[in-house]
Design a protein around this ligand. Structure first.
Ligand SMILES: NC(=O)c1ccc[n+]([C@@H]2O[C@H](COP(=O)([O-])OP(=O)(O)OC[C@H]3O[C@@H](n4cnc5c(N)ncnc54)[C@H](OP(=O)(O)O)[C@@H]3O)[C@@H](O)[C@H]2O)c1
Length: 251
């Protein structure tokens, strides 16, 4: 079965709002940045390189900041430079490579500690947002928040903890009018997962185990993020939204 293209089916209006998408240089983060841009938001993105010149095809009109996730000084600098903010999408992260994953400490630094420190640093700015329904933080976790893998110890532990961090921030930031939710993507072809997506056996394995019988598209993750960030989700906080075509139910 082939699926619909990443949808754009829902229409959101984020005009006048400022969004920071970490890891907006490619993959899911770039799709999220483009979707917010198309919905009228002012978009800030981060990546690991010193300057935007290192990238081809960045989301147009997005302002670029260097944010190396394991570098606390980068986190502080981006938080200081970002200014007024309405929405924070903690998307940046990864396994460190399909066949040479990060060591445990680095995986936790990149996928968990950075999210904690950046969100802490931006709490004051988000608290001043006038976004109807409250300012929003959306954390991109993973199916590996739910499942164990012998190859990605640190990544799995960090992504599982990110779900709990989302709940803790939900409670601690609610008094400032900030909602905090998580999205758990299923398998989506991106530079991170292409070594798997392009392997016909792995590709089929995922399709066979997924009720919707296909991989997801980055734009479909962006739609879920925009919903959770929008006033349509004004009474949703501390929630974990799985966007995986049903894969996790059959696992
Ligand atoms: N694709 C999937 O199937 C899938 C499934 C579940 C969860 N996720 C999660 O979704 C998020 C995006 O994944 P993706 O598939 O779009 O990955 P991707 O294509 O590899 O993109 C990762 C983004 O994060 C940035 N990043 C990664 N490590 C960094 C570091 N140490 N310091 C600074 N920036 C860093 C990258 O910046 P540079 O371009 O500068 O390197 C890039 O912008 C991740 O949190 C991932 O864990 C993805």
């Amino acid at each position: 079965m082939t699926g619909p293209a990443g949808t754009g089916a829902a229409h959101f209006d984020f005009a006048g709002l400022r969004v920071l998408v970490t890891g907006g240089t490619r993959g899911i983060g770039a799709a999220i940045a483009r979707a917010f841009g198309a919905a009228g938001a002012e978009v800030l993105i981060t990546g690991s390189a010193e300057s935007a010149d290192s990238y081809e095809d960045l989301p147009s009109h997005a302002r670029y900041f260097q944010l190396r996730l394991a570098h606390r000084e980068d986190i502080a600098a981006v938080a200081a430079a970002a200014g007024r903010l309405d929405i924070l999408v903690n998307n940046a992260g990864g396994t460190g490579g399909a066949f040479t994953p990060y060591d445990f400490d680095t995986a936790v630094d990149v996928n968990l500690n950075a999210v904690f420190h950046l969100t802490q640093a931006l709490g004051g700015s988000l608290g001043e947002s006038r976004l109807r329904g409250g300012a929003a933080v959306v954390n991109i976790a993973s199916e590996m928040s739910l499942f164990a893998s012998p190859h990605f110890f640190g990544y799995g532990a960090a992504k599982a903890a990110l779900v709990q961090l989302t709940r803790s921030f939900c409670v601690s930031l609610a008094p400032r009018g900030i909602r905090v939710n998580a999205v758990l993507p299923g398998s989506v072809p991106t530079p991170m997962t292409n070594p798997f997506a392009e392997n016909p056996d792995v590709h089929k394995l995922v399709c066979d185990a997924t009720p919707l019988a296909r991989w997801g598209e980055a734009r479909e993750i962006a739609d879920a993020v925009m919903f959770l960030a929008s006033p349509a989700a004004s009474f949703i906080s501390g929630h974990t939204l799985v966007v995986d075509g049903g894969y996790s139910i059959t696992k």
